[in-house]
Design a protein around this ligand. Structure first.
Ligand code: GDP
Ligand code: GDP
Length: 441
């Protein structure tokens, strides 16, 4: 359930993004049509030796600060130490060991988190020999890698998986897991305090392990809820230089540990590229999402302001028309209680199990109303539908030939399912299994 976070650090041009793309592999293609996730992609999930983890290229998380280079690279390392579960430190055998590498190593040595040192651009035997030089950094094993050719990447990932702390799931407190994420200054901490201050929220004081200490367990109208990674929201300004980068990492980490994500948007600024990135990540991770437009008090309102806002947001996030949008003010308390109510409703719908009989009736009816597409004289035919999984809700359709399924027909079926069962705020996984495929197996 909770996915570890692995950060890639290193000087510019050592090959961080090349390494990242190697490690993420073909997953990139899957999200191509999600807005905001294609350009300068900085994080993605990868599965290695049975473990799924989120990989982040911290080098790309520079958001136009006027820092000098060294300060920036050092800030990345600090962010990685603060937030990641393991760190991949990349150096460059062509440049050899340079002072900036010593600098980064100095920062990384202060952490107990696992650091895997990769000497990149070791494209051939001679260059691999140069990798030895990096033992001088005192970070243990040096892994020669050629991200360009893909050699050595597997060994680095093996080492990462071996070094990652095994998190026992039982450590996590019970309840609906809700994360509050958003850019700095959007009002997360104020909203958190508002929620905690409501009489429906009873904060439980449970002395916990270090991991629990990140979270705030409470009951909302009698239901157990865990607000995940709230320690990060309270602990403001822990890293001044890297605030922006820090917030992205923090958001990813919180999303990984949550069922429902509250993505806060600043009403004045609207949806930024970073917000779209985060939304894309939530979708890709099949987590549930509620969009919370905060600071609504500060917006000058006319008759249709809210509708206009909604239209614009729907356009920007057109891959998720099912996301509920709330307009709140953490400052005045406007509609703040709806935030938790909505999150709990979304979570309840997420965990529905559709009775197979009803699902098949719905499919039969949908087909009768709108005939499935055909190609080269062959028409798509449906045999049977079932929901094998609830988290995330997954629906499998057995059909004559999966290649005949057109995106628009898939969207049509999804809409019918949502009309009937809601699944508000939750991405649905729709799979189509053709006959040929089943025979072969
Ligand atoms: P970043 O700034 O650390 O993310 O570095 P990039 O991934 O953008 O790579 C910088 C340059 O190094 C690019 O021109 C890459 O093609 C090149 N590069 C990356 N990995 C390797 C490698 O393993 N071998 C060689 N020869 N070049 C590489
Ligand atoms: P965080 O960085 O996301 O935790 O944001 P904070 O909760 O610290 O809020 C950042 C700033 O926005 C503070 O100055 C708050 O007073 C202000 N703020 C937060 N919520 C609202 C709101 O609903 N309306 C207005 N006008 N200001 C708000």
């Amino acid at each position: 359930m909770s996915k570890p976070l692995v950060a890639i650090v290193g000087r510019p041009n050592v090959g961080k993004s090349t390494f990242f793309n190697r490690a993420i592999g073909q997953r990139l293609a899957i999200v191509e049509d999600v807005p905001g996730t294609t350009r300068d992609r900085l994080y993605g999930d990868t599965e290695w030796n049975g473990l799924t983890f989120t990989l982040i290229d911290t080098g790309g998380l520079v958001l136009g600060e006027a820092d000098d280079l060294t300060a920036q690279v050092r800030a990345q390392a600090e962010v990685a130490i603060a937030e990641a579960d393991a760190i991949i430190f990349i150096t460059d055998v062509l440049d050899g060991l340079v002072p900036a590498d010593h600098d980064i190593a100095g920062v990384l040595r202060r952490t107990r988190k696992p650091v895997i040192l990769a000497a990149n651009k070791a494209d051939n035997a001679e260059r691999r020999a140069h990798a030895l030089e990096f033992y001088e950094l005192g970070l243990g094993e040096v892994y020669p890698v050629s991200s360009l050719h893909g050699t050595g990447v597997a060994e680095v990932l093996d080492a990462v998986v071996a070094a990652l702390p095994k998190v026992a799931e039982e450590e996590m407190p019970e309840g609906v897991r809700i994360a509050i994420v958003g850019r700095p200054n959007v009002g997360k901490s104020m909203l958190l305090n508002r929620i905690l201050g409501q009489e429906r929220a009873i904060v439980s004081e449970i002395p916990g392990t270090t991991r629990d200490a990140l979270d705030t367990p409470l009951t909302w109208k009698g239901q157990p809820v865990v607000l995940v990674d709230t320690a990060g929201i309270r602990k403001r300004g822990a890293i001044d230089r890297g605030v922006e980068r820090y917030s992205v990492l923090r958001a990813l980490k919180a999303i990984n540990r949550a069922d429902v994500v509250l993505l806060l948007i600043d009403a004045i600024e609207g949806i930024t590229a970073q917000d779209a990135h985060i939304a894309g990540y939530i979708l890709e991770d099949y987590k549930s999402l509620v969009l919370v437009v905060n600071k609504w008090d500060a917006v000058k309102k006319e008759a249709h302001t809210m509708e206009e806002f909604t239209t614009r947001i729907r356009e920007q996030l057109r891959f998720m028309p099912w996301v509920p949008i709330l307009y709140v003010s953490a400052l005045t308390g406007l509609r703040v209680s709806e935030v938790m109510d909505t999150a709990l409703r979304v979570r309840e719908q997420r965990f529905q199990r559709i009775p197979t009989g009803e699902l098949n009736e719905l499919v039969a009816d949908a087909i009768a109303r709108h005939a499935p597409p055909s190609k080269a004289g062959k028409r798509l035919a449906f045999y049977y539908a079932t929901q094998p999984e609830v988290d995330p809700p997954t629906i499998v359709f057995f059909v004559n030939d999966a290649r005949l399924v057109h995106f628009s027909y898939q969207r049509y079926l999804e809409n019918r399912i949502r009309e009937r069962w809601g699944f508000e705020g939750t991405p649905l996984v729709l799979r189509f299994r053709g006959r040929e495929k089943r025979k072969r197996r």
